[in-house]
Structure formats: structure tokens, C-alpha cells
Design a protein around this ligand. Structure first.
Ligand code: DP6
Length: 397
């Protein structure tokens, strides 16, 4: 019995992937760029065990067994890993052995954060360790076939997923742009919004967009290629002003395209729109961009902010979006935030203007996660295993 346990990060797109040119191979209509978040605060953890004695492939997700053989994306990833293992010829484990997989997220699925990216990246990375396959561009094409955005979670820092031009997808790969140490003071506040609405999932939503939206053509042909060049430059130069503007504009355009879909895909809610106005008001008070929002296929906001500006931003967020449990550890998760008084950057006149911003109804957020740019997946020691003799710890019967 051979076992491997790994963690992999969540990534949040700055320039969004939305729309496929091939459904099964998961080939996108445009390039995208993301930032990888620290695994200390958000990650997927996966154990893969292979044994000659296992009779079938099995998988447990957050403790519950899920039907392995029915998931074509899972099957495709495993098939691709086996192909690379054979090609590589340097195997510890024969591909004929069946595998058991257990995977968990260290954040509640209720947070509505893209768990599939971290999950598939972790699965593919763990399999690559099991079968001794190097982390390279080709491995990103495997993660991509689990969930498109997963290919970007195989690297830390800032990552570009290239659309590629070939029909077989071998050039649709993720490549690192800058490592996690390049812009180490790039932090994120994730505002987890209370929302119970049932939304169209990303896979189906983007299918309908490609079928029905006319706006997406302009986005893909004109807007994204220009933004990719500008954002790469902004990242290289640590230029937060350009970074913030492109990030916010691209989030807005992605949601405009989602609304241009017929029937429309509505992901942001009233609180999300309040956050957008708040960030613009806040930046105006501060005299330049101090925060940038982005929203994925749900109502939660990710606010990019430089470390030195976190106390001031959080103070303003809590003024405009008050909560009954504001100071509890369950409300403010992740990295600690220093006291505002220790931040000399905010002037008295700015403080007064922030105090005078209108407050929203109480308890709009479930909680806030403070995190930062982080590294790619890594292997953990055997004592972190989620499987014991091939079964989850709490497995019954
Ligand atoms: C809005 O990667 O979840 O988060 O490839 O169908 O699995 P599939 O979709 P998925 O879509 C992510 C969409 C997004 C934008 C992004 O992460 O780039």
C-alpha cells in the first residue's frame, strides 16, 4: 500500500475565465490571470492510497463517499495521469492498482468559494506525487480537465492560463507569471455574504453565455487580450493602481456578460452591489486605489489590498457593514489584523469621511477571511493522512 497526502491552494481570478471552446477538454475562449491564496487559511487536502488489494477505485469528499465511476471529469484526470506515468516510465506504483482518495476543504463549502479549483489541483498534484510525474505545463493540462480554473492552482503567486490554439488542448496550459514572494504584501479580505439563492453553476452558466451572449465576443476578441498585457505589466511593476482598475473592470465585465446571457445568470446580490459602491467611495476618500473588488459566480467579494492598508480598509468595512459578532474569532478568520491606531497612513480628514459613510443593514456577512498571496501545492508527511488502511478515519462498516 502506497500513500501520498498533499494540500493545494484556492486561486481567485483577476481576469476571469468564462466560456469554453471545447466542453470535454475544457478549453477556454480566453486567457485568464489569477492570484493564488495562502494554504494557511484556505486549502484542499487530499490523500491518495494505491494498493494491489483494492478491488475498485473509491473516493470520499468531505467525509462522504461519492460515486467515482460516474464522474467523467475524475475518470479523465486519472486516465491522463496514467498516460503521463507510462510516458515518464519512472513509476513507484503500477497504474493497474486501484486507488482510494479522500479529500477535504479546510473552509466550509457554505463559504461558496471555488472549491473545485483547489480540489482538482490537489487531486492531480497528489496523483503526480504517487506516480512520480514532474510538475510541468503538461500536468496543468490534466488539472484543467478536472475543472478549468484548477490548472491555475498548481502554482503559487500570479498565474496565467493560456487559452491555446490547438484543438487537442496541449497548448492550453497554466504558467506562473510571478512567484508568491514577488509581491508579498498583497493581501485579500474575503467578505462571505449571507445568501441562500440557488444560482446557475459555472459550467452551465458559461455554456449558456457562449450560446446566447453577443457581448462575450467583444470581450474575448478585444478586451481580454489588452487587459492581459496590462495586468502582467502591473504585476511586474508592483503597480497597485493599474492592478486595481483592471481587476475591478474585469469583474464588472464578467458579470455584465453573465447578465447578457439569456436567460440571465445573476450572481451578485444587493449586498455585493453595496460592496462595489463602498469600495469606490472608500478609494475616493483615500485619494487613490487602496482596495479592489472581484466577484466570481456568487455574491462573495474578494477585496485585494496591500498589507499596510488592511487595518484602515477593515475599519471602513465594519463601519459600513456592521455585525453583532464583529470582534469574535469566528467572524474575522485567517491572519490577525493590527489595530488601526498603529497605522499612520490614514489622515484625520479621511477618518471623518469614512465615519460619515452610510451603514448597511446589520449582519450582511457570515464572516470575513483575511489572507494573502501564497505558494502552490505541497506534499505533507504521512501523519497527515486522511486514509488509514485505505479507509477514512471515521469510516463505519
Ligand atoms: C467565475 O473552473 O469552476 O470562477 O471549468 O466548468 O469547472 P469549469 O468551471 P470553473 O469556472 C470558474 C469561473 C470563475 C472565473 C475564474 O475562476 O476564472
Amino acid at each position: 500500500m502506497i500513500s501520498v497526502t498533499c494540500v493545494a491552494p484556492v486561486n481567485i481570478a483577476l481576469i476571469k475565465y468564462w466560456g469554453k471552446r471545447h466542453e470535454d477538454l475544457i478549453l477556454p475562449v480566453n486567457d485568464s490571470i489569477s492570484m493564488t491564496l495562502s494554504t494557511d487559511d484556505l486549502c484542499a487536502k487530499t490523500t491518495v492510497t494505491a494498493s494491489e488489494t483494492f478491488e475498485q477505485n473509491r473516493m470520499w469528499l468531505n467525509g462522504d463517499e461519492v460515486p467515482f465511476e460516474e464522474s467523467s471529469r475524475l475518470q479523465r484526470c486519472l486516465k491522463e495521469v496514467h498516460r503521463l506515468a507510462l510516458k515518464n516510465g519512472n513509476q513507484k506504483v503500477p497504474p493497474s492498482w486501484k486507488i482510494h482518495i479522500a479529500s477535504v476543504n479546510n473552509f466550509p463549502t457554505a463559504a461558496g468559494l471555488a472549491s473545485s479549483a483547489a480540489g482538482y489541483a490537489c487531486l492531480v498534484y497528489s496523483l503526480s506525487r504517487l506516480y512520480n510525474i514532474p510538475l510541468n505545463e503538461e500536468l496543468t493540462t490534466v488539472a484543467r480537465q478536472g475543472s478549468g480554473s484548477a490548472c491555475r492552482s498548481l502554482y503559487g503567486g500570479f498565474v496565467q492560463w493560456h487559452r491555446g490554439a490547438l484543438d487537442n488542448g496541449i497548448d492550453s496550459v497554466a504558467k506562473p507569471i510571478a512567484s508568491s514572494t514577488h509581491w508579498p504584501n498583497m493581501h485579500v479580505l474575503i467578505l462571505v455574504v449571507n445568501d441562500e439563492r440557488k444560482k446557475t453553476g459555472s459550467t452551465k452558466g458559461m455554456q449558456q453565455t457562449v450560446k446566447t451572449s453577443q457581448l462575450i465576443k467583444h470581450r474575448v476578441e478585444k478586451v481580454v487580450p489588452e487587459r492581459i498585457t496590462q495586468l502582467r505589466e502591473a504585476i511586474a511593476n508592483h503597480d497597485f493602481q493599474t492592478f486595481a482598475e483592471i481587476t475591478m473592470k474585469d469583474s464588472n465585465q464578467f458579470h455584465a456578460v453573465a447578465l447578457d446571457t439569456y436567460p440571465p445568470c445573476v450572481y451578485m446580490n444587493d449586498v455585493s452591489h453595496r460592496i462595489v459602491s463602498f469600495v469606490h467611495d472608500y478609494n475616493e476618500i483615500m485619494g487613490s486605489y487602496h482596495a479592489a473588488y472581484t466577484f466570481d459566480a456568487g455574491p462573495n467579494a474578494c477585496l485585494y489590498v496591500l498589507e499596510e492598508n488592511v487595518p484602515s480598509l477593515l475599519n471602513a468595512v465594519q463601519k459600513v457593514f456592521p455585525s453583532d459578532i464583529m470582534d469574535s474569532a469566528a467572524y474575522l478568520r485567517g491572519l490577525a489584523v493590527p489595530k488601526l491606531d498603529s497605522n499612520p497612513k490614514i489622515e484625520a480628514s479621511q477618518k471623518i469621511k469614512i465615519e460619515s459613510l452610510d451603514s448597511h443593514a446589520k449582519n450582511a456577512f457570515r464572516y470575513i477571511i483575511h489572507t494573502k498571496v501564497g505558494e502552490g501545492p505541497r506534499e505533507l508527511s504521512a501523519d497527515n493522512s486522511l486514509l488509514f488502511n485505505g479507509l477514512p478515519l471515521d469510516h463505519k462498516g
